[in-house]
Each structure stands twice: as C-alpha cells, then as structure tokens.
Design a protein around this ligand. Structure first.
Ligand SMILES: Nc1nc2c(ncn2[C@@H]2O[C@H](COP(=O)(O)OP(=O)(O)OP(=O)(O)O)[C@@H](O)[C@H]2O)c(=O)[nH]1
Ligand SMILES: [Zn+2]
Length: 292
C-alpha cells in the first residue's frame, strides 16, 4: 500500500517528502528514475520513520522546467505563479524577463514581475524599462526587500510561487524576508538526507500559510526554452498573438516574407523592433537545437 505525499525538497536524486499527517521522510526512487520535481504529489511506500520510496508521480497541474540541447531539468511542479525578480540595480536583462515570460506562458503559469530595490534612485529608470511588459498586460509589483517585502507577500497569497532572477537582484534577501526560517531549513534538510556531503538543492518548498507556498530554487538564473516549439513562439508573446493568422503565408516565419503581419506591425511602430529580434533569435536557437 502506498501513501500520498508531497515532494518538499529535491536534491537531484534525493527527495524529502511530507505526508498528510505532517511527517517528513527522506525518499529515494526506484531504479534510476529522477524525473520528479519539488511540488510534485506522489505515491510513496513508507519504509520507516525516516525513509520512504517514491513509486509514482500523480498528475501535475503545471510543470516548470528548463532545457538545453543536452538535457531537461525539472524545476518545480504544480506551481501557479512565476515571480520574475528584477532590481533598480545592477541592470537587469530584458532577455531573461522575456524568456521567463515565454516559459510561464508555455507552462500555463501566471507571471508576476517584481521590481526590487525601489528604495534606490534608479527606480524611475527601471519603471520605464518595464513599461512595455505592463502594456502587454503583465503585472509589475514594486518592493524594497530590505525595508518591506509585504507587497510581495500579499501577491503570493493563495498561490504556489517560484522566484526567478539574475544574481544580485535580491532574490535571497526577498526569500529570507518572506521565510525567516529558510536558512535553518536548508541545514536541517542536509542533515536528514545524510552524511555531511555537500548537497546542492534543486528546490525547497516552504508553506507561507495554509493556502500559500513558495518554492525556492537557487539555480534559476537562465531559461533554456528547448522544450518550446518554434512555431508556437508567437502565441507565447502577447504582442504577436493577436496577429497570428494574418500573414499572407500560413507557414510565414516572419522574416522577409511579403505581407507578414508581424513585420508590418513592427514597421508601423506598433511593436518594438527588439521583440521581433527576440522572436528571430529564439527561432534560430530552436532550429539550431533540432539539428543535433
Ligand atoms: N538597497 C537595497 N538593496 C537590496 C535590496 N534587496 C537586496 N539588496 C542588496 O542587493 C544585494 C544582492 O542581494 P541578494 O539577495 O544576495 O541577491 P540574489 O538575487 O539572491 O543574488 P545571488 O545570491 O547572487 O543569486 C545585497 O547586497 C542586498 O543587501 C533592496 O530592497 N534595497
Ligand atoms: Zn509573418
């Protein structure tokens, strides 16, 4: 007989499960299976008070993962919200924001852009840089993690969220403000899993309250989109989505083709050139991958 449990931490091949009665156990998998993610609901066999074996993953509502030409890395399962953390300084990358937004769209996960360090003078400039994303309908929230993370806390209510961000944007500061026991938990988990060996977490799930969870994933600084289909890219970019089907050719790649609705909109100044450049860059990247 198996029990239902939730994966609350994943370390590559090792996992921590939380069972319905609140007890936690270190868990391994059968054979070499590692395609489980933090946030997964699973069926598991309890071995004793400390250990269990994961048998099977239950159906996922969402799956956030990144992929490059060699492999796929599951980041978190059953996440409802992707929080993209940027800051007034150091300068943030539009590329990462755009890729994270596309990954969220592809995974049916709500995105939220969080502008941190609003106590610093660069806030106005950062707001201007984020204006286009707001125009596209993406919510932008302003905080200062050092002073008060409560606006972000409010946006996490009722969601299972994961934070992504480049180094230096203040992700750790925000996480620590939201989850005071985060550092202690990481230590406790390394003890439970063994051994004193250095283990790197893929992800840890924290309960903020009965309805709200935050998955902390230290490695989330880049977004390989190898799992996205090239022809779907315009559907995943809200500015291009409305124009789909209006090009002269059904198989238009939105480059030199005559009567391309996308290039026409860019020429008419309705959509920034950089967005079309991004689309082309991602198309090329995906085409490159498929030749391997
Ligand atoms: N002024 C100001 N500084 C902040 C704020 N949030 C974070 N910082 C500072 O920004 C620097 C980077 O913050 P971290 O939380 O380490 O950033 P991170 O995104 O986790 O970066 P990595 O650990 O490299 O991934 C630290 O010196 C923080 O003290 C803020 O709201 N305002
Ligand atoms: Zn076209």
């Amino acid at each position: 007989m198996t029990d239902t449990a939730r994966i609350v931490a994943s370390y590559g091949k090792a996992y921590i499960l939380e069972f319905a009665d609140g007890t936690r156990r270190a868990a391994s998998t059968r054979g070499k299976k590692t395609d489980f993610a933090c946030g997964d609901r699973v069926n598991a066999t309890v071995l004793n008070h400390e250990q269990a074996v994961i048998e099977k993953v239950q159906e996922r509502d969402t799956l956030l993962y990144r992929s490059d030409q060699w492999r796929q890395k599951l980041i978190a399962a059953n996440v409802t919200q992707l929080v993209i953390v940027v800051a007034t300084e150091p300068s943030f990358s539009d590329e990462l924001i755009s890729r994270a937004l596309i990954a969220a769209e592809a995974g049916d996960i709500k995105p939220l852009i969080c502008l941190n360090k609003c106590d610093l003078p660069g806030a106005d400039k950062a707001r201007t840089r984020l204006a286009y994303y707001m125009q596209l309908g993406y919510p932008v929230l302003e905080v200062s993690a050092l002073n008060d993370a409560s606006p972000l806390r409010a946006a996490l209510e009722g969601e299972t969220s994961v934070l992504v961000g480049q180094s230096g944007m203040g992700k750790s500061t925000l996480t620590n403000a939201l989850i005071p026991e985060a550092n202690a938990r990481v230590k406790e988990i390394s003890v439970a899993l063994d051994s004193g060996k250095h283990t790197t977490t893929n992800a840890t799930l924290y309960k903020l309250d009965a309805q709200s969870e935050l998955i902390d994933s230290p490695g989330l600084q880049s977004f390989g989109l190898a799992h996205v289909k090239s022809e779907n890219l315009p559907y995943l970019m809200p500015d291009f989505r409305a124009l789909i089907g209006q090009c002269r050719f059904a198989n238009c790649r939105h480059r030199q083709e005559p009567d391309c609705a996308l290039t026409s909109a860019v020429k008419a100044g309705q959509i920034p050139t950089e967005r079309l450049a991004l689309l082309h860059r991602l198309q090329d990247e995906l085409a490159q991958l498929s030749t391997y």
